[in-house]
Design a protein around this ligand. Structure first.
Ligand SMILES: Nc1ncnc2c1ncn2[C@@H]1O[C@H](COP(=O)(O)OP(=O)(O)O)[C@@H](O)[C@H]1O
Ligand SMILES: [Mg+2]
Length: 265
C-alpha cells in the first residue's frame, strides 16, 4: 500500500531537517533522555519506538520545546532545525510551535466549530489578510487533513461532534494550517479503531511529501508500515537509528533485536 523505500540518493546535509546533539532531559532527579544525537531527515517519516517510559514522548517534546511547559523538566544540549538553534533566547516558542506542529494521542479539538478549529492558528499568526483568505486556508488545511469531503457541508458544526478518526484528522488539519515544516505525532492512532488508523496512516504517508514527520508509536507494525527511518529508544538512550527495513530485518544492537522480537517491552 505504501512506497516505503527511503530515497535512493545519498543523504546530504540539505536533507537534514532536525539535528540533535548531546540532548539530555531531566525531570527533577529522573534522567529521562541521555546524551541523544540524531539527524532527522526532511520529507521523511521517522518512527520513534521503544518500551513504555523509554523517553519517546520526552524527546519528541524537545523538538518543539513543549518540555518548557513542564516545570520540573530541564533540557540541555543542542537542537537545530535548518541549522537554527531552537533553544536560542531569540526564538519565540509560540512561533516555533507553529513551524513544528504537534498531534497528540487523544484527538483534542477545541470546543469550537470545525472551521474555527482550523482558523484559530492562522488567525493568531496573522496568516490571512481577510475572510476570503482565511476560508482558503481552512479549505486547504482540511484537504491536507483528508477530511474536507466529510466536513465541507458542516464547517460550523462543533469539532467535538466528529468521530474519533475524523477528530484526529481535524487535529492534523489544524496543525498543518499554520504552514509547519515539521509534524510531530505522539501515538496519533492509539485511540482510533483499525479503519480510522488506516486512514490516518495513509494521510501520514501523503504528508511526508511536504514535511518532516516524526511519529511515536508503540506499534512496530505501524512503524514498519509508515516510516522510512526508525529510532529505537531504551531507558532514555537512543540505541539504534537507521532505515526502517534494516532496523526490523537486521538490527545491529541486541537490545533492538530483543524489542522487535518481543523479548523486551
Ligand atoms: N511530566 C513528567 N514529570 C516527571 N517525569 C516524567 C514526566 N513525563 C515523563 N516522565 C518520566 O520520564 C521518563 C520517560 O517518559 P516518556 O517520555 O513519557 O516515555 P515514553 O513516551 O517512551 O513512554 C519516564 O520515566 C517517565 O516517568
Ligand atoms: Mg509517550
Amino acid at each position: 500500500m505504501y512506497d516505503n523505500r527511503a530515497s535512493e540518493s545519498a543523504v546530504t546535509a540539505d536533507d537534514i531537517k532536525i539535528e540533535a546533539k548531546g540532548v539530555n532531559v531531566h525531570y527533577g532527579t529522573t534522567h529521562a533522555i541521555k546524551d541523544v544525537d540524531v539527524s532527522i531527515l526532511d520529507k521523511t517519516v521517522t518512527a520513534f519506538i521503544g518500551p513504555s517510559g523509554c523517553g519517546k514522548s520526552t524527546f519528541l517534546r524537545c523538538i518543539n520545546r513543549m518540555n518548557d511547559t513542564i516545570d520540573v523538566a530541564r533540557v540541555t544540549g543542542d537542537i537545530r532545525i535548518d541549522g537554527e538553534d531552537i533553544n536560542d533566547a531569540r526564538v519565540d516558542p509560540v512561533q516555533l510551535r507553529a513551524k513544528v506542529g504537534m498531534v497528540f494521542q487523544k484527538p483534542n479539538p477545541f470546543p469550537k466549530s470545525i472551521y474555527d478549529n482550523v482558523a484559530y492558528g492562522p488567525k493568531i499568526h496573522g496568516l490571512a489578510k481577510n475572510k476570503g483568505d482565511l476560508d482558503d486556508i481552512v479549505e486547504r488545511a482540511l484537504r491536507r487533513g483528508a477530511i474536507w469531503d466529510e466536513v465541507k457541508d458542516r464547517l460550523h458544526a462543533p469539532g467535538t461532534g466528529l468521530s474519533g478518526g475524523q477528530q484526529q484528522r481535524l487535529c492534523i488539519a489544524r496543525a498543518v494550517a499554520t504552514e509547519p515544516e515539521v509534524l510531530l505525532m505522539d501515538e496519533p492512532c492509539s485511540a482510533l479503531d483499525p479503519i480510522a488508523t488506516g486512514q490516518v496512516e495513509e494521510l501520514i504517508d501523503e504528508l511526508r511529501r511536504d514535511y518532516s514527520v516524526v511519529i511515536v508509536t508503540h506499534s512496530m507494525q505501524q512503524a514498519a508500515r509508515v516510516s522510512q527511518k526508525t529510532a529505537f529508544f531504551h531507558l532514555g538512550n537512543l540505541i539504534e537509528y537507521g532505515d526502517t527495513d534494516e532496523i526490523f530485518t537486521n538490527p545491529k544492537d541486541p537490545k533492538t533485536e530483543s524489542y522487535i522480537t518481543g523479548r523486551i517491552g
